[in-house]
Design a binder for this molecule. Structure first.
Ligand SMILES: [Fe+2]
Length: 608
């Protein structure tokens, strides 16, 4: 029987990726960074494409269609227009961008064909259509309102739409340079974090601050209308003309230059973070009310980088007009690969869409590579790494017991996740009851800022015992409050503590996952999508009475999440992770011989 294969690609902006559909079903998806080990790798996703074809056992010539997630010419027009609009101020940023655009983006057809060895039809979608398709088509809804929010695609930075059956329609857009993503990124830059990846840190920092600058932001930076549409005052931004996000006027407005990266965080950064978060949430709430009014739907689908703001998402679910919310787990540009593939399947090929209510089509986002036990074992033997092979029940028991003794475990099992969150396939796990766990995991394992919160993976059926969460959160994209009865109120003295010192105050009976404002970023785990992970948490509950674990991504700061057993072993050996699980194999740190760091570790592992 012959199948229809559609390959979607996103590349050249940030976080390139590939996704393959077989007869409309998502069979594989992965980000290029995981293979090349360059965080946010934007180059052509050669490895991710090869992986997708490999999963299906096909060659590029067997592909029915190939799609690209945005329209390079439209994007080029925006860049050119921006340059002309602000010339000669914009010359530098234009010259920085132009060679790349000219060389790679305008010759995309040839590039795609040459890289793939594919001669069939190539299709291009618009950037926000790709996001919208990735939000609606895999969702569990047969009809829904759609909101896509990001930095910028071609021209659009926000799109309002509706999905029905196998169709999506975008009926309203907000255009560059007015962008909620870029407003957030401007504050990310100004508070001394990296644009495009530090936004998460700003969100994590926000609860330590006061919303002191909200009025100032409304007065000077953003003109916000009731319907959520807005204009940014370009007098304060520098992304049109320069290579930075903000300018001298922005510095004067907020009383000083941007924080120098890696220097000490002060209350000011926390207040700035809180303020931009408050404004961002307000804009999203207004947009949601608008798209609700215009579509009359009770379901909302979200995608685009801003949809990773799980604090805003949580508020939307609690206070917004929609009954149900579904967020594409690969909400950033990587997810555009999945979106364009589905758009081709449903719009171009006119294939019908089958929805199973209550179930989405993402397979828990476990769409990446997996490694069979013989392959893992060969690797371990090549390293002369001592290990034990355990039966499933024994393994789960042993690991749960280790976790209950406050040991930190690297957990590598099954297919790698698609999207930025680790969901129990490439995760580092810990005991959420431990008051020391948050600081320990941040500093000794992740080598990152101590304020960063950790997230719980909770058994789906137990979620309501711990959190005030309406519905499921399978992709860790919703923040909800820890239940009142689990909280430990702060004393007068503790209230008086400064910013990060508050971190060490035990705030609930699950302190390692309770943020400073008594919130938690939740992953609900159901047995059907990840039985091993579910049963591990269930075993932990059996011996401790606690139905959740700390789950953080299996990587160190600045590095992509691990993909292969070799990546995992290296991360295990370079950090203070106590135990490593690789499929059925268990390794203890104590049992390993000393780790010697070499420059090109691929040589060390004799990998190609
Ligand atoms: Fe985007």
């Amino acid at each position: 029987m012959t199948h229809a294969y559609v390959l979607g690609i996103s590349a050249y902006y940030h976080d390139s990726a590939a996704c393959l559909l077989r007869d409309g079903e998502i069979v594989a998806a992965a980000q290029e960074e995981r293979f090349t080990r360059k965080k946010g790798d934007a180059s052509f996703p050669t490895h991710a494409v090869a992986f997708c074809l490999d999963v299906a056992g096909i060659k590029a010539k067997d592909l029915t269609h190939v799609g690209f997630y945005d329209k390079p010419l439209l994007k080029f027009e925006r860049i050119l227009d921006t340059y002309l609009g602000v010339a000669p101020r914009g010359l530098r940023s234009f010259l920085m961008a132009a060679p790349l655009w000219l060389k790679e983006k305008l010759h995309l057809d040839r590039e795609l064909r040459e890289s793939l060895g594919y001669e069939g039809e190539l299709l291009y979608a618009e950037h926000h259509e790709s996001h919208a398709a990735s939000a609606f088509f895999p969702s569990p809804f047969s009809e829904a309102a759609i909101l896509t929010l990001d930095g910028v695609g071609e021209w659009a930075t926000t799109a309002f739409g509706v999905g029905r059956g196998n169709e999506i329609e975008l009926f309203k857009e907000i255009h560059w340079p007015d962008s909620l993503g870029l407003l957030y990124s401007a504050f990310t830059y100004y508070t001394g974090f990296k644009v495009n990846s530090g936004e998460y840190k700003v969100m994590g920092l926000a609860p330590y601050g006061e919303p002191k600058y909200v009025d100032l932001i409304y007065r000077e930076l953003i003109e916000l209308k009731d319907d959520g549409s807005f204009k940014l005052n370009q007098a304060y931004f520098n992304y049109l003309a320069g290579l930075t996000m903000t300018n001298g006027a922005f510095d004067r407005l907020f009383g000083g230059p941007p924080r120098v990266p890696e220097t000490k965080l002060t209350q000011r950064e926390m207040d700035l973070a809180r303020s931009v978060q408050v404004v961002c949430e307000e804009v999203i709430m207004r947009m949601a009310r608008t798209v609700h009014r215009e579509t009359g739907s009770e379901n909302l689908c979200l995608a685009g980088g801003v949809a990773l703001n799980c604090v805003a998402n949580g508020r939307l679910l609690r206070e917004g007009p929609f009954k149900r919310l579904w967020i594409q787990p690969a909400a950033g540009d990587a997810g555009g690969a999945l979106g364009v593939a589905q758009l081709i399947w449903h719009r171009h090929c006119k294939a019908p869409r089958h929805v199973t209510p209550g179930t989405d089509a993402m397979r828990g986002a476990y769409l990446g590579p997996e490694f069979p036990p013989p392959e893992i074992e060969r690797f371990l033997q090549s390293q002369h790494a001592p290990y034990e092979r355990l039966e499933r029940t024994d393994l789960l028991r042993r690991v749960a017991a280790l976790l209950a003794r406050e040991k930190i475990v690297g957990w590598f099992d099954g297919r790698m996740e698609f999207g930025p969150r680790a969901l129990g396939a490439r995760s580092i796990l810990g005991d959420p009851r431990s008051p020391r766990m948050q600081a320990q995991m941040n500093i000794k394992i992740k080598f990152r800022e101590g304020f960063r919160p950790f997230a719980p993976s909770v058994l789906r059926e137990r979620a309501h015992d711990y959190f005030d969460l309406a519905g499921d959160s399978p992709y860790m994209l919703l923040v909800a409050p820890v239940r009142e009865e689990r909280r430990i109120p702060m004393t007068e003295e503790q209230h008086g503590l400064w910013g990060i010192d508050k971190l060490n105050v035990v705030r609930s009976d699950i302190p390692a996952v309770t943020h400073i404002d008594y919130s938690a970023r939740i992953q609900t785990v159901d047995r059907e999508t990840n039985p091993n992970y579910y049963d591990l948490i269930a075993e932990f509950e059996r011996i401790t009475g606690c139905g959740l674990l700390v789950n953080t991504s299996f990587n160190v700061r600045g590095e992509p999440i691990v993909c292969t057993p070799a990546d995992a072993y290296r991360c295990f050996m370079r950090t203070n992770i106590d135990y490593l699980v690789l499929g059925p194999f268990l390794l203890s740190k104590e049992g390993q011989s000393e780790w010697k760091e070499v420059e090109d570790w691929r040589l060390q592992f004799q990998l190609d």
